[in-house]
Ligand binder design. Structure first.
Ligand SMILES: [Zn+2]
Length: 298
């Protein structure tokens, strides 16, 4: 298991050039090969690899199609395309979440084409939703709305860039979003949970012609309700995202951290050794003690 790693290069294949043993590197959760149909067509997250056969999850290999990174050593596939040196000025804890949650959350904003002055609502302020909130702020949105029901997460949303937070257990988020947008709805709604309810709420929060940017991984049933979808006449756009990986993506995200524009370390609410990893899983599964993300140090 595990797909958000930083590490030190212990060994290198002969054909991986430009790196040295002992260098500290970040590796994205998605490790594109760089040469397959999807990599060459600008969708490296959907990488089919050297075998050339696309599978659900695309280039997501760590903890999916190969062993994950919760170990003393891990093997990086397609290393030439996926090892990113960590600048000396940055600590591991500052950059490790570039590997997945920051890349994914910010990608939802990029996919939706959020621009200067846009209004954005992010449904669910878990780790990925919080990164979408940060991405919306970075992209020049003038109104960023974070929706959740956990007060601690709403507080973190404010510190990550939300102008307004809505606790959906206390307020009707759709009515409040309409009130904040002159009755129209937001330009972009981000679904960051993967449930029918949040998908539907995201659609209801949108203005006609708006974009629903879906991040959730859905299970069970997902249906598009006719009324908020304007029976198909609403000029809505629905886009989906799988975490972008690769070394250039990781370099760009780390440059945001280095420039002081993205603080991910605040999401690491708990730390465990590799020996105590079972306790970490129990804490995370129970969502105890305000946990957002757990850092594991082998
Ligand atoms: Zn590929």
């Amino acid at each position: 298991m595990g797909h958000e790693p930083v590490g030190v290069i212990h060994d290198l294949a002969d054909d991986v050039v430009g790196y040295e043993l002992g260098e500290r590197v970040l590796v994205g959760a998605i490790t594109p090969c760089g040469t397959c149909f999807y990599c060459q067509n600008g969708q490296p997250a959907q990488c089919a690899g050297s075998e050339g056969e696309w599978k659900l999850g695309g280039g997501w290999r760590f903890g999916n199609s190969m062993h994950g990174v919760q170990a003393d050593y891990f093997l990086v596939p397609h290393a030439q395309a996926n090892l990113t040196k960590i600048p000396d000025s940055l600590r591991d804890e500052q950059v490790v979440y570039c590997a997945d949650i920051a890349s994914t959350g910010i990608s939802a904003i990029e996919k939706a084409g959020v621009g200067i002055g846009d209004s954005v609502a992010v449904f669910a302020q878990g780790p990925i939703g919080l990164c979408a909130t940060a991405g919306a702020k970075l992209s020049g949105a003038s109104l960023v709305i974070g929706v959740d029901s956990i007060p601690g997460r709403l507080e973190t949303a404010k510190s990550m860039g939300a102008d307004v937070v809505i606790n959906y257990k206390e307020q009707d988020p759709i009515a409040e979003i309409r009130r904040l947008t002159d009755g129209r709805g937001v330009d972009v709604a981000v679904e960051a949970l993967g449930s029918q309810e949040t998908f539907e709420s995201s659609l209801r929060a949108l203005r006609p012609g708006g974009t629903l940017s879906s991040l959730g991984v859905y299970s069970g049933h997902l249906v598009v309700p006719l009324e908020p979808f304007a029976a198909g006449l609403g000029d809505h756009t629905i886009v989906t995202t799988l975490c972008p990986g690769g070394k250039e993506r990781m370099r760009r995200l780390m440059s945001l951290v280095q420039a002081g524009r993205l603080n991910l370390e605040r999401l690491m609410t708990h730390r465990f050794s590799l020996e105590d990893i079972s306790d970490a899983y129990e804490l995370f599964a129970a969502q105890g003690d305000g946990v957002l993300k757990v850092g594991i140090t082998p």
